[in-house]
Design a protein. Sequence first.
Length: 197
Amino acid sequence: MNLELLPLIDSTDDDFDAIYPDHIRLLARKHWTPISVAKAAAQFLVSRRGIKVLDIGSGVGKFCMVGATLTHGHFTGVEQRSELVELSRTLSASYGLTNTTYINANIISIDFRDFNGFYLYNSFFENIEPRNSIDQTIALSAGFYTTYGAHTSNKLSSLPSGVRLATYFTDEWIVPTNFELVDTLFKGNLKLWEKMY
């Protein structure tokens, strides 16, 4: 447990988000996971020591930092925007987090078999709502939304039973049918799943 980051995690989202530059902080309410949601999702995903969690579309690394502080899991964020990946790495290092990794890549290139927990916060939605995009540094298209969602669903479906998934404001068609809904929190917006077969 990282004691240096705990005061921020036990505070408000506004206080936590103050660690980010102004232009990043302005995106927080729409794009970065609230602390309360991150805590609940991370504690569900990390059911035992050694769990490796993949945050798909990790943005500025907020979910990974919260999860890495509160649990004994290792949190990896994959994000296409290099600026956000570098910021995530810098902040995690400044808080002494040794159980986070950030990868600047497209989800298509990630081996899902390296992980046994997954987090999605509406990861591909900006492809169909470009006016709500983070910035203009990556290509967006409705086709990508379908491609990335189907890829993620197929990869999750092929994993062993017991794998856990947390989705926040995420379309359920991305969740394979061999995952069972275990619980819903935050007015049904956070859904907790486990792979049954």
